[in-house]
Design a protein around this ligand. Structure first.
Ligand SMILES: Nc1nc2c(ncn2[C@@H]2O[C@H](COP(=O)(O)OP(=O)(O)OP(=O)(O)O)[C@@H](O)[C@H]2O)c(=O)[nH]1
Ligand SMILES: [Mg+2]
Length: 362
């Protein structure tokens, strides 16, 4: 499925607005009163990538298939959510498998939409709920492994040590993403589906009076994020919601008026990719031109395995050229003639924008 994003935030911060912009829909629960969203919602969303259309100009194809990501919208969290206040807490489970949290913070003012807009304070309310939830999870799991650890079970002792470490971090009210864990520690924590360990992209939901995010509220949020190992982008939920409903020409005019070089949505997706170290490679042919999401540093067999798990084991080699070469030279045959078609083996690390044909054995 590719990237999975869970949206969190206070009631009326604009979560459903962002969800609507991401999914290209106008959700009925996008309403100016708190707790408009009462059920979590999920949708698979295409990852926009203008390179796909460009590739198809050079390699005629029946179908263009963007990479996909999963987006989950949940009801607003409130102070005390981890203890059962409000209703968001009940739904925290629906974001436990997300790889990244999109934490929407209200930076717009609108008297008709109740809710605070003190970004630093608002943010800490949500962060506290996430880490209180984690503290509950870690404490329960410590109890679970205690008995085995007492009789010297090696696995249980290793788990106990990491869980204790996590607990100490949480007790200092620090999200787990701010702590250093080894790869081994992370593997032991993974089955706990902890929330505060997930990378966070703060979405400063600005008003249309600060569409470029230069105001104080966004600055406050940036300051908080830089202290807590998180990233920030600003976007204006209302404007993005309008942008996605427009056709391409209309959108171009509107964006020019706003002096936007890129939609907030596209910045959001790029930032999420960067934060998670993701990149895109393509396959291109007559049946389809398609984008695939992989991690930076993934080798060719691992990349092929995203298409089909079997392909990783059965990988023989890859024919690779770059998107830039296709645009510059115009066709695969010209690429071949120019000596830019490379044969790569199992240890080749794929790069963003590679276009690949894989040779797969039986
Ligand atoms: N002025 C302004 N209003 C916004 C913006 N984004 C959202 N709103 C308004 O804020 C209200 C709440 O937005 P939602 O997206 O429903 O908020 P939510 O976080 O999903 O709220 P709950 O589901 O109730 O927790 C709506 O009336 C939106 O129109 C924005 O960028 N600017
Ligand atoms: Mg909502």
């Amino acid at each position: 499925m590719g990237l999975a994003c869970g949206i969190v935030g206070l009631p009326n911060s604009g979560k459903t607005t962002v969800y609507g912009a991401l999914t290209g829909t106008d959700p009925a629960d996008r309403q100016p009163h708190p707790f408009s969203t009462i059920e979590p919602k999920k949708a698979a969303v295409d990852v926009p990538d203008p390179r796909l259309q460009r590739i198809a100009e050079f390699i005629p194809t029946k179908k263009i298939v963007p990479a996909q990501m999963l987006v989950v919208d949940i009801p607003g969290l409130v102070a005390g959510a981890s203890q059962g206040e409000g209703m968001g807490n009940t739904f925290l489970g629906s974001i436990k498998e997300s790889e990244i949290l999109l934490h929407v913070v209200r930076c717009f003012s609108n008297e008709n939409v109740p809710g605070s807009s003190d970004p630093a304070e608002d943010t800490e309310i949500i962060e506290l709920e996430l880490l209180e939830t984690d503290l509950g999870t870690v404490t329960r799991n410590l109890e679970r492994v205690a008995k085995k650890a007492r009789v010297g079970d090696k696995d249980a002792l290793a788990q106990q040590a990491v869980f204790e470490k996590a607990k100490a971090v949480l007790e200092q009210h620090r999200p787990l993403r701010t702590a250093e864990f080894s790869e081994r520690d992370k593997a032991l924590l993974k089955p706990l589906f902890l929330l505060s360990i997930k990378p966070v992209l703060f979405i400063a939901n600005v008003g249309d009076d600060d569409a470029h995010g230069t105001g104080d509220k966004v600055a406050q949020l940036r300051d908080y994020a830089s202290r807590t190992n998180a990233s920030v982008i600003h976007l204006c939920g209302d404007l993005e919601a309008e942008l996605v409903r427009m056709d391409a020409d209309e959108r171009a005019v509107f964006m020019e008026e706003l002096q936007f070089t890129e939609s907030g949505l596209s910045r959001l997706i790029h930032s999420a990719f960067d934060l998670l170290g993701l990149q895109t490679y393509f396959t291109a042919g007559e049946p389809e031109v398609r984008a695939w999401t992989i991690r930076k540093g993934d080798t060719a067999p691992v990349g092929a395995g995203v298409i089909h798990t079997d392909f990783e084991k059965k990988f023989i080699r890859a024919e690779v050229y770059s998107y830039e070469d296709l645009v510059a030279l115009g066709s695969e045959s010209a690429i071949k003639q120019a000596g830019k078609l490379r044969l790569e083996g199992k240890s080749y690390e794929l790069r963003d924008g590679d276009i690949c044909h894989f040779l797969i054995g039986n």
